[in-house]
Every structure is written in structure tokens, then in C-alpha cells.
Design a protein around this ligand. Structure first.
Ligand SMILES: [Zn+2]
Length: 105
């Protein structure tokens, strides 16, 4: 693992983020970072799978586990989809906002 800023290998663990992800810190440039899966492009196949799972009202966390997308990406994706509204999306909107409240608490 290398620092995303200066590519130094001198990385130390630096606690966890509020979402429970491992946080790292570079000892050379002091940059803090989290290994973010959403920095990898989400494939079209994965998006299709997410769409299918959303359609069957699978819980968001289950979709995260199945598709390996990040929860943050999924919520972002869901919000974008909800802007193109459809009857199915309004059900997901409720589930999503409930979920968001839980996260904020
Ligand atoms: Zn660095």
C-alpha cells in the first residue's frame, strides 16, 4: 500500500472513520486517507445488478455485501436514480431516508 499523495510506503493506521472504515496516515506527508472502493469505477454489470436488487427491495447493506460497492456510492447512486422518479423509486426513497437517519444518529 502506498500513500495516494506522495506514494510513500510509510503508512500507519490512524483509527477509524465514522462509517467504520480503516483510516490511514502517511508518515512522510501527513496525508490521511481511507481506502475507498468507490474510487474504482463501478462496472455496468454491477450497476445492473444493483438496479435489480433495488427493484426487489433488498436492504441497502445487503446490496453492498452482494455487489461490493461502497455504501456511500450506493446512496449516491440511489439519490441520482430517485431524481428520475418512478413508482418503485418512491418506496426506495423512504427506505433510504430511514437508513440515512440511522447513520446520522
Ligand atoms: Zn504521503
Amino acid at each position: 500500500m502506498l500513500c495516494p499523495n506522495c506514494e510513500s510506503p510509510h503508512i500507519v493506521k490512524n483509527g477509524r472513520t465514522h462509517s467504520g472504515k480503516q483510516n490511514f496516515k502517511c508518515q512522510d506527508c501527513d496525508r490521511q486517507f481511507v481506502l475507498e472502493p468507490q474510487h474504482q469505477p463501478i462496472s455496468h454489470e454491477t450497476r445492473q445488478l444493483v438496479d435489480e436488487l433495488l427493484f426487489t427491495n433488498v436492504p441497502l447493506l445487503t446490496i453492498v455485501e452482494i455487489t461490493n460497492v461502497s455504501e456511500r456510492w450506493l446512496r449516491y447512486y440511489l439519490e441520482n436514480r430517485m431524481n428520475r422518479r418512478s413508482p418503485v423509486q418512491s418506496r426506495n426513497r423512504m427506505a433510504s431516508s430511514k437508513h440515512r437517519m440511522k447513520v446520522l444518529m
